[in-house]
Design a protein around this ligand. Structure first.
Ligand SMILES: [Zn+2]
Length: 365
């Protein structure tokens, strides 16, 4: 007792300094954890927080994981999931048994990811229908607000989603100008960066043709979309900075060679992002800003996706529709086959089926 009392008192000034130091260190650690909270760190075991609409099969598909391995790692007997349940999703080569027994400690979803999932569930973000809506209709007001609408004004430009990437195909290219997007080639695994700050509205692979796909809602109403990724490093509901890594470049979905299919969407219309990129992408491209207003500045073209269907796909859809009608008049078939199919994108259909997948030196737009 006596010794303790002797040992502990410090001069008041020094004690205060120590406390301040400790507080500073904790603040720095917290800051570092926050900055480092993205789930992109390739080597740590993955945790998925179950959200509305999730099934084991869907989760397995999303992460390209084995369903049996997920069951095994989480000691699941049946297929029932709870909202908010945390599931270990083993990567290829990871031993589900070791993960389950905690020999490899999963890092778990960060606080940021948990908060994002709660936010996404509240706002209705992260679902396939969220993505479909943003691809062809205006966003919900609540999504724009959650993206930070009340914050500082946006510069009206787009950061480069692939640094050092090569612009291989522009907006309005392809048969009948169907390609209302920009293709940027880069090495597989290159970071895909948010072109502007916003909230992740969708991160998944349920939208036909796009592969592993991210949609970001921005505070000014814009939406940017990033398709064909190898993997995704954000979750729906996550708030991202301009330049933050949201995925890694890949070749998933309807894609012919590793590249990013990048789209800028305003109220469901697909706009040519080329003049808005900073740094400026080439001497032949104008440099414009889209600071305010719903309408684009002169020189930035926007069209609804349905205005430029790929002829081959349009023919296929018409045929499918005829078949459905025939089946319906036949009377013994369900009619709900492929509902909403008209919204389905044809992302990177080569105009010449024989075109070399990765080597076409298309001109920069
Ligand atoms: Zn494309």
């Amino acid at each position: 007792m006596f010794r303790l009392r002797l040992a502990s008192p410090l001069p008041a000034g020094r004690a205060a300094l120590r406390a301040l130091g400790r507080a500073l260190v904790s603040a720095l650690v917290a800051l570092w954890l926050l900055c480092d909270a993205s789930p992109s760190e390739a080597q740590r075991p993955r945790i998925h927080v179950v959200r509305e609409g999730d099934t084991l099969a869907r989760i397995a598909r999303r992460y390209h994981a084995q369903l049996a391995a997920i069951r095994d790692a989480n000691h699941l007997r049946g297929d029932r999931l709870r909202l908010g349940q945390e599931l270990i999703v083993p990567r290829e080569g990871e031993d589900p048994g070791a993960l389950r027994q905690g020999r490899v400690a999963p890092a778990g979803p960060s606080r940021e990811e948990r908060q994002a999932t709660v936010r996404a569930n509240r706002l209705g973000l992260g679902r396939a229908r969220t993505a479909q809506q943003l691809l062809s209709h205006p966003p919900e007001r609540g999504w724009v607000v959650a993206a930070g609408a009340s914050g500082r004004r946006m510069p009206g430009t787009l950061g480069l989603p692939v640094r050092g990437g090569r612009f291989i195909r522009g907006w309005g290219s392809g048969t009948a100008g169907y390609h209302l997007a920009m293709d940027i080639r880069g090495p597989v695994g290159a970071p895909i960066r948010a072109a502007e700050r916003g909230i992740v509205a969708y991160a998944g692979n349920e939208i036909s043709g796009y592969g592993n796909f991210v949609l970001i809602q921005h505070p000014n109403g814009w939406v940017t979309a990033y398709a064909h990724n190898r993997d995704l490093t954000v979750v729906p509901g996550q708030v991202v900075r301009r330049g933050q890594t949201v995925a890694h470049l890949g070749n998933t979905g309807t894609s012919h060679g590793p590249h990013l299919h990048f789209m800028l969407i305003r109220d469901g219309e697909h706009c040519d992002p080329a003049p808005l990129f900073r740094p400026h992408i080439g001497p032949r491209t104008r440099q414009l800003e889209w600071r305010r207003g719903r309408r684009p500045p002169e020189g930035v073209q926007c069209l609804p996706r349905s205005a430029r269907p790929h002829p081959e796909y349009a023919a296929r859809r018409a045929e499918a529709r005829r078949a459905r009608q025939a089946a319906a008049t036949g009377g013994d078939e369900d009619e709900d086959v492929g509902d909403g199919d008209d919204d389905m994108p044809e992302t990177d259909v080569p105009d010449e089926p024989a075109a070399a997948p990765a080597g076409d030196p298309s001109p920069t737009p």
